[in-house]
Write a protein that binds this ligand. Structure first.
Ligand SMILES: [Mg+2]
Length: 329
């Protein structure tokens, strides 16, 4: 089956547009105040209009690493995230300053990476999970879009785990990977999010159940002002995707729910962007977005080059074929 470049570009651009739209209303705004004051455009507030945050910067780091290494190298990916955190690599400010929008879990994991890059089997898994593992997922799905769904799920899990070492984050990354993979192929939105046949276990099933229950839920009552928990973000993204008929309307409604607006919008933006294609993203949002043309070009390169092989990881659990205990590069 031919996957359309325009949809692949929509997945990455949707991520960045959602990030740039949601970031200005992320802190200090409630759903109530967003409804009253937000005009549905990128705004100069906290950051200049059209600038993006950690979600997009990290996705671009991942994309660069895949392209440069011609596959997935855990150490190189983490080194690029570190370069973003310490020297603003791929940050929208582009001024060489340390990233100002780094989440606490990601900061912690980057600090650990500097001290001890390899992760052995005896390390305890975290409980619970933030949404940071899936906010940057698009490049991993683009490079595996012509592979089997299992390959997409596998790479998604590997990329999420770098900073979110929990079973819940793994299962959430698998679920979202399948949804994105299907959004590139199917027309029926319900079929896209019904991913139960790809279950990898009970945790996958229970998270998916919770997401699907949200479909017809009263969003005002249950989805407003939620924090950065990965399952909540997936609920919001799927709700926005199923209940509205355009990229734009779904995006606006997702952001109006408040809470972790930029990341919720990045996650929705990947799904809706993959489904509708990048040309369905309103022009006034595209033209305002920082580095829009570069982002489209990066998506095109990922799509054409398809660097989807896992080369080396820093996790002992991946076995001798992939695991290497290397110093930080
Ligand atoms: Mg952010």
């Amino acid at each position: 089956m031919q996957i359309h470049l325009e949809q692949v570009q929509g997945m990455l651009l949707g991520l960045a547009v959602g990030d740039a739209l949601g970031a200005p209303v992320e802190f200090g705004w409630t759903a109530h105040s967003i409804l009253a004051k937000w005009n549905g455009q990128m705004q100069d507030h906290r950051i200049p209009a059209g600038y993006y945050t950690d979600d997009t910067a990290m996705a671009l780091c991942l994309a660069d690493s895949l392209l440069e290494c011609d596959g997935y190298n855990s150490y190189d990916v983490m080194s690029k995230y570190l370069k973003w955190a310490t020297a603003g690599y791929r940050a929208s400010e582009d001024n060489g300053m340390p990233a100002s929008d780094i989440g606490s879990q990601i900061a912690l994991e980057l600090e650990r990476f500097v001290i001890k890059p390899a992760i052995y089997k005896n390390r305890a898994r975290l409980t619970g999970a933030g949404n940071g593992g899936i906010m940057r997922l698009a490049p991993a799905i683009i490079v595996t879009c012509n592979q089997s769904e299992e390959e997409s799920m596998r790479l998604a899990k590997v990329t999420s785990r770098e900073t979110h070492y929990s079973k819940e984050a793994d299962a959430s990354a698998e679920i979202f990977a399948i949804m994105l993979w299907q959004a590139l192929r199917l027309d029926d939105k319900n079929a896209i999010v019904n991913v139960d046949k790809y279950s990898t276990g009970t945790l996958f099933d229970s998270i998916l159940n919770r997401i699907m229950r949200t479909k017809n839920l009263d969003a005002d009552k249950y989805l407003k002002d939620l924090g950065g928990y990965v399952v909540d973000s997936l609920k919001i993204a799927v709700w926005g995707f199923l209940n509205f008929d355009s990229f734009r309307q779904g995006m606006i409604e997702v952001i109006r729910l408040g809470g972790d607006t930029d990341t919720n919008a990045s996650i929705y933006g990947q799904l809706a962007g993959a489904y509708y294609g990048y040309k369905a993203i309103p022009t006034q949002w595209r033209t305002r977005l920082r580095f829009c043309d570069d982002i489209l070009e990066i998506a095109r390169k990922l799509y054409e080059q398809q660097p989807n092989k896992i080369l080396v990881t820093r996790f002992e659990e991946d076995g001798k074929e992939y695991f290497k205990d290397l110093p930080q590069q």
